[in-house]
Design a protein around this ligand. Structure first.
Ligand SMILES: [Zn+2]
Length: 272
């Protein structure tokens, strides 16, 4: 009884420290309200507590009030969803950019586990090309095939697109961002996106992990919470239900592609 009284008195204080924890209050149905203290760094950070189904993309955004459909033409088509808080910040960024004649459009956002599984399995079976290749023919050995597909696609359950915090902007080719209009857009993003909480996740010159993606940007005020919870809660037992999943652990997919080898600004703690 005393503990409950303590919670009632002090719970609001626990949730008032950070913008990202504020959203926990507003979305009581979806996200548990546990403040997590990070004792591994000198700072005390109140990460919001996120359920596993949100970390793995096992939700329907249409039925979840934390997610919103992105209006067209902010998105290039209907039926793209992302976290409400991340969209609000993107809209501010998009308006600011537009005043400087830079047009930003979201071309991919939330992707469910089921959707990622469909992409992954079709690449594994050779029904869909990956990097211009039929991976089933090029790599008869399943583990080598999984590694080859990982250069271009995330394994189901390990994509930051499951979180609703990460988006692809304007074009899915690095070459687009290396000359003309695309280059101007990319330079604007590098200079300004951080003011709105967005950072390029997969930058150049990393030793391992995904290739550079100039189009993929992460809304870090929320994504850091997801990353923290992912590290605490997700194990290889959760990465299952698709072709080649038995190789996830041997290839250290969680460590190499989710927790490390990303832009330091997207890490939930320095030197994670
Ligand atoms: Zn992406």
């Amino acid at each position: 009884m005393t503990f409950i009284r303590f919670l009632l008195l002090f719970a609001p204080l626990l949730f008032s420290c950070q913008e990202s924890t504020q959203s926990v209050h507003e979305n009581q149905n979806n996200v548990a309200q546990t403040a997590v203290k990070d004792t591994s760094t000198e700072q005390t950070i109140n990460y919001q507590d996120i359920e596993k189904k949100f970390l793995l993309g096992q939700i329907k955004p249409q039925q979840n009030d934390q997610f919103v459909e992105i209006p067209v033409p902010i998105a290039n088509r209907e039926n793209l969803y992302m976290q409400k808080q991340a969209l609000e910040s993107f809209q501010k960024m998009q308006k600011t950019a537009s005043k400087e004649n830079i047009q930003l459009q979201i071309i991919s956002a939330f992707r469910s586990f089921t959707h990622q599984k469909w992409i992954w399995n079709s690449k594994f079976n050779g029904k869909r090309r990956s990097g211009g290749k039929n991976m089933a023919k090029e790599f008869p050995d399943p583990q080598k095939r999984v590694q080859a597909i990982l250069n271009y696609s995330a394994m189901p359950g390990t994509s930051r697109h499951h979180w609703g915090t990460d988006i692809d902007i304007n074009n899915l080719n690095n070459s687009y961002f290396e000359s003309g209009k695309g280059k101007t857009e990319y330079e604007w993003l590098k200079k300004n996106a951080h003011k709105f909480g967005f950072y390029q996740t997969y930058t150049a010159n990393r030793e391992d992990g995904y290739n550079e993606e100039k189009w993929h940007w992460s809304y870090t005020p929320l994504a850091k919470d997801f990353s923290y919870n992912y590290k605490k809660k997700i194990s290889y037992a959760d990465i299952k239900g698709f072709k080649g999943s038995e190789h996830a652990q041997d290839l250290k997919v969680i460590e190499r592609y989710v927790l490390n080898n990303i832009n330091n600004e997207c890490m939930h703690e320095p030197g994670n």
